[in-house]
Design a protein around this ligand. Structure first.
Ligand SMILES: NC(=O)c1ccc[n+]([C@@H]2O[C@H](COP(=O)([O-])OP(=O)(O)OC[C@H]3O[C@@H](n4cnc5c(N)ncnc54)[C@H](O)[C@@H]3O)[C@@H](O)[C@H]2O)c1
Length: 344
């Protein structure tokens, strides 16, 4: 019988690509829990599944549940006996976290607590991956890349709530010996990303002839920058980490003996906001009209630069499959062929 895995937030942007990657690269049965809010919808899931045969489709089951409520007996009976858990369900939009911080505390801390508490009773659980973010470390000065065990410095409620969930996961590893792996992932882009996010939103604006406002520093000369990684590469990194747990020993201890496995999933390349818009313009053939605006110094909670150290994941042998240019071209073509995914 095939192993069973649980993906929380499987109808979300990264979650549905992880489900696809698992379907393509394993024989695992997949159960996904999702509350199907504005950012996670069944259309995304069924659009992704439409090209699979019926046998493959039957390997996936999606269950509606909001993890702010505990995993009850009925839900437990529908999940049963999972070997790996990938916990992606979260509220993830920084601007929304600034206007409604408590939503993020409930979705990212309380809901994580409910999932961890449920996982304590699973006899055959081998791995629980908690999906964290580079944003827990706060802004990275030029030349600095944060390592797995560096200090947190949240500058908005989203990153603080992700750091809170992360620290709960560390506690459950230490207290109950749950087999936790924490990943810090950088900015992810790819097919079916929600159009409120910068990359699909920029393509939408270019298509409609709108000016792109490039978020920059106070002098309006230096655009903010991020390291970007393609969604399929994130899925490949996560499966590589789970399948190579024996190589993670060095990531499980910091210099003071803190215990829990943590792995950075770095971006493939650092791009500033203007370079991103230029790449989208180049691959879509649509002309770019832009203006640099001072965003980061006037808006609290928005950081100019994030960066993660990539030496550990490289040292255990993982490499991305796509360069940023290849994946940008592939993604832009996909959105132009599927324009309904650019509309809010
Ligand atoms: N997108 C990125 O660039 C990025 C980078 C680093 C880390 N992450 C992390 O990866 C994960 C997935 O991000 P994403 O971009 O796919 O987000 P997303 O918003 O597209 O998907 C999140 C999914 O979780 C579900 N969800 C939210 N709260 C829930 C709850 N209380 N109970 C059940 N389901 C709930 C939503 O319905 C949605 O389907 C998140 O944990 C996020 O913090 C994302």
């Amino acid at each position: 019988m095939s192993d069973k895995v649980l993906v929380t937030g499987g109808a979300g942007f990264i979650g549905h690509i992880l489900v696809k990657y698992i379907l393509d690269n394993t024989d695992w049965e997949i159960v996904s829990i999702d509350r199907l809010d504005y950012s996670g919808n069944l259309n995304r899931f069924s659009h992704m599944l439409k090209d699979y045969d019926e046998v493959t489709k039957k390997r996936v089951k999606i269950i509606y549940h909001d993890l702010k409520s505990e995993v009850n007996n009925l839900l437990e009976s529908q999940i049963r006996d999972v070997k790996h858990i990938f916990h992606l369900a979260a509220s993830s939009h920084v601007d929304r976290s600034i206007t409604e911080p408590m939503t993020f505390v409930y979705d990212n801390v309380v809901a994580t607590g409910n999932l961890l508490n449920y996982s304590r009773n699973l006899d055959n659980l081998e791995t629980l991956v908690y999906f964290s973010t580079d944003e827990v470390f706060g802004p990275a000065p030029e030349g600095v890349s944060f390592k797995e065990w560096d200090r947190y410095n949240s500058t908005n409620p989203y990153s603080a709530s992700k750091a809170g969930g992360e620290e709960l996961a560390v506690a459950f590893e230490n207290t109950y010996k749950l087999p936790i792996i924490i990943t810090h992932t950088m900015n992810v882009f790819g097919e079916r990303q929600h159009p409120e996010k910068y990359i699909p939103n920029t393509l939408w604006k270019l298509r409609n002839g709108e000016k792109i406002l490039i978020h920059s520093d106070s002098t309006k000369t230096k655009p903010g920058s991020r390291h970007y990684i393609y969604s399929e590469d994130v899925a490949s990194a996560v499966l590589y980490i789970v399948n190579n747990k024996d190589k993670l020993a060095k990531s499980s201890l910091d210099q003071y003996g803190a215990r829990c496995k943590k792995v950075n999933i770095p971006g493939t390349k650092e791009l500033d906001n203007l370079q991103v818009a230029e790449l989208i313009s180049e691959y879509s053939g649509l002309s770019l009209n832009y203006e640099l605006v001072d965003f980061h110094s006037t808006r609290p909670g928005h950081d100019l630069r994030y960066a993660l150290d990539d030496s550990f994941i490289k040292s255990i042998g993982w490499e991305p499959n796509y360069s940023v240019d290849e994946s940008f071209e592939k993604m832009v073509r996909w959105f132009l062929d599927n324009p309904e995914w650019l509309d809010f």
